[in-house]
Design a protein around this ligand. Structure first.
Ligand code: DGL
Length: 265
């Protein structure tokens, strides 16, 4: 069981931020990554659609005999996780719980901002998870729909990014938050600009927290890969893979093996 791969899926390439963090702390794990590039973005789609896409993604990963499913996509974690856990017996973990826990742990003044896609914010998933830790925490959710297309275009700094960041975040400054959650796969790439705008605020990177959580779950279940060599990585996409390598470099800061295109998801 422990030699089996970890299955990660995302709406597209953004989940590579999660893969990167998992690789850092779990270098011996084999990983299969599925990016649903044919149907990205999920961030503005309905619950029914996201549940359907996520179910299909998991069915694909299960054919590859994964030992655990990591839902890297914040939108899918927000809208589909409960349903997916209800129908599959494989362990399935989502990004929300890990990010919410970290925010609860680091916030001193109990005022936490949450950034995410429209669907993530509308689902109240982070609020619910944070309030389970402490119901007295005040949350300030903010949908930032322009962040994903900016990152997808490789625009992660400079005047356009700082302008868009200010446009979304200025209203949060007066809220005196001391913690902010990057509740979307793409936002870690904008972390510098976001931190510059929100000086002194602790930024929770949900990708990093997800990696820590993945390790905890594998340890708990006794299915950590004990191999001494580095794990194998396989990449699959649901659309033509030509743009993948360029964007993957942006997310991972290295080249990856060419992804395989699949059409049966
Ligand atoms: N992966 C999505 C998320 O983390 C962002 C991209 C999309 O909208 O599909 O919410």
């Amino acid at each position: 069981m422990s030699n089996k791969p970890i299955g990660i899926f995302d709406s597209g390439l953004g989940g590579l931020t999660v893969l990167k963090e998992i690789e850092k702390i779990l270098p011996h794990e084999n990983i299969i990554y599925l990016g649903d590039t044919a149907r990205v973005p999920y961030g503005n789609k309905s619950k029914a659609t996201i549940v359907k896409f996520s179910t299909e993604n998991i069915l694909f990963l299960l054919q590859r005999k994964v030992k655990i499913i990591v839902v890297a996509c914040n939108t899918a974690s927000s809208l589909a996780l409960d349903y997916l856990r209800g129908i599959f017996s494989v362990p399935i973990i989502g990004v929300i719980e890990a990010g919410a826990r970290k925010a609860f742990q680091v916030s001193c003044n109990k005022r936490i901002a949450i950034l995410g896609t429209r669907s993530t914010i509308a689902s109240f998933s982070y609020e619910r998870a944070i309030k389970e830790w402490d119901a007295t925490i005040t949350v300030y959710p903010k949908a930032c729909p322009l962040f994903v297309p900016l990152v997808e275009e490789g625009i992660t700094r400079g005047p356009i990014v700082s302008g868009v960041v200010r446009m979304y975040l200025n209203e949060l400054k007066s809220k005196r938050v001391d913690t902010l959650i990057l509740g979307c796969t793409h936002y870690p790439l904008l972390k510098k600009e976001i931190a510059r705008c929100m000086r002194g605020v602790f930024i929770v990177d949900s990708a990093q927290e997800m990696a820590v959580h993945t390790k905890e779950i594998l340890q708990e279940r006794g299915i950590l890969n004990q191999a001494s060599k580095n794990g194998k990585k396989e990449f699959y996409v649901t659309d033509e893979p030509s743009g993948f390598s360029k964007l993957a470099r942006l997310f991972l800061h290295r080249d990856i093996v060419k992804p395989k295109a699949i059409t049966n998801v």
